[in-house]
Design a protein around this ligand. Structure first.
Ligand SMILES: *Cc1c(COP(=O)(O)O)cnc(C)c1O
Length: 367
């Protein structure tokens, strides 16, 4: 059983008005896309949207054909970035049923992000319902290949046309969906990480713990620096110089004695993948610590052999071993162990229904 936020379990479900897409892809076109979906480039035939206004609250829930959104050029989001989003996947099980993973957690996180960005809090039950409504019309888009999924992208933004600076009084919430292929083709491959010494993605008291586009905007230049330095991803330090996270994934260290450590900082986005991986590790008897980790602790730990594995985790790639940490004047090869991949397998086995869901994390979407 997944417990929804107690405050909104009593809410009546919304009545969505459904407008079918008359130009929906044919089954053959869809199958062609699903055969090789990539990531984030193809979208399903429909989208969900719900309006919010300061006077009227949440209203006009709709499922409508996927397509461009008309915005006033003065819409606040275009100027001040008042925007938040989520990322969650729908998985097809062997019996054809469609499930998602801990959607209540994504719904609660969307509420936390909303509070920080002065946006309205969507009730968790509406959030989960919005995923169901989209899967009800676009369920055929949930692929069935190995490690494939339908990536769901809920997002919310300030659409009020107003150039004054204050929280918008008109907001839109949408959900779009994009079929996603296996993140790693030909086996999971360790990534190389560039240490961003000149740039931060977030600051103290800033928006680092909220899932908001601005954090990504500020990570793009350091990410280019990473590419220019021959690295795949960038890792940030927080304002105290402690290890924070990658641009979109959390970091986990495995110590020789089996202790698992993940950085704690106010500017870290709390990943649901990380939380789940840590729970699975606890179930296996590992001690789990969430505390500040200095860069020196990381580098010295690897040098002394006390740290035996470092990996990153997030919904898109699930778990990715880190193979190299590179800075302006150093390059540390990272030890590669077995735990990251074994936890990855356990987690994906649960998500795809191949293993007992002991924690009640799965929620069926197509029934
Ligand atoms: C979404 C996100 C993560 C990972 O969160 P999951 O819930 O595991 O997908 C990590 N860091 C940032 C900055 C993110 O936006």
């Amino acid at each position: 059983m997944t417990l929804l936020d107690s405050a909104d379990t009593d809410l009546a479900p919304l009545e969505f008005a459904v407008t079918r897409n008359l130009a929906a892809k044919s089954a053959a076109q869809r199958e062609e896309i699903l055969a090789n979906p990539g990531f984030g480039t193809s979208f399903t035939d429909h989208m969900v949207d719900i309006c919010w206004s300061a006077g009227g609250g949440w209203h006009r829930p709709r499922v409508q054909p996927y397509g461009p959104i008309a915005l006033d050029p003065a819409a606040a989001v275009l100027h001040y970035g008042q925007e938040i989003f989520e990322g969650i996947k729908a998985y097809r099980h062997a019996d054809g049923s469609v499930h998602t993973f801990r959607p209540d957690q994504n719904g609660l996180r969307l509420q936390r992000s909303a509070r920080r960005l002065a946006l309205p809090e969507l009730p968790v039950s509406y959030f989960v319902q919005s995923l169901r409504e989209l899967v009800a019309v676009d369920g055929a888009w949930v692929p069935s290949g190995a490690d494939q999924s339908l990536y769901l992208r809920p997002f919310m933004f300030a659409k009020e046309a107003f150039l004054g600076v204050r929280p918008a009084k008109k907001v839109a919430y949408y959900v779009i969906a994009s079929p996603a292929g296996a993140y790693f083709t030909g086996g999971v491959k360790p990534v190389s990480i560039w240490l961003s010494e000149d740039y931060a993605r977030a600051g103290k008291g800033g928006t680092g713990a909220a899932k908001t586009g601005g954090n990504y905007a500020s990570s793009l230049l350091p990410q280019s620096e990473a590419y220019d330095s021959g690295c795949d991803q960038v890792v940030f330090l927080d304002q105290d110089g402690n290890v924070e996270e990658l641009g979109g994934m959390n970091v986990i260290f495995v110590h020789k004695d089996g202790t698992i450590v993940t950085p704690q900082s106010d500017s870290i986005l709390e990943g649901i993948t990380r939380d789940s991986i840590l729970q699975l590790a606890r179930d296996r008897g590992h001690t789990v610590e969430s505390r500040p980790v200095t860069l020196a602790e990381w580098r010295d730990g690897v040098a002394s052999g006390d740290i035996v594995e470092v990996f990153a985790c997030g919904t898109a790639a699930v778990v990715t071993p880190i193979g190299v940490l590179k800075g302006k004047d150093f390059l540390d090869e990272q030890p590669i162990g077995e735990l990251a991949l074994s936890l990855r397998e356990e987690l994906t086995d649960i998500q795809y229904g191949r293993r007992d869901d002991k924690h009640g994390w799965l929620v069926r979407l197509d029934a």
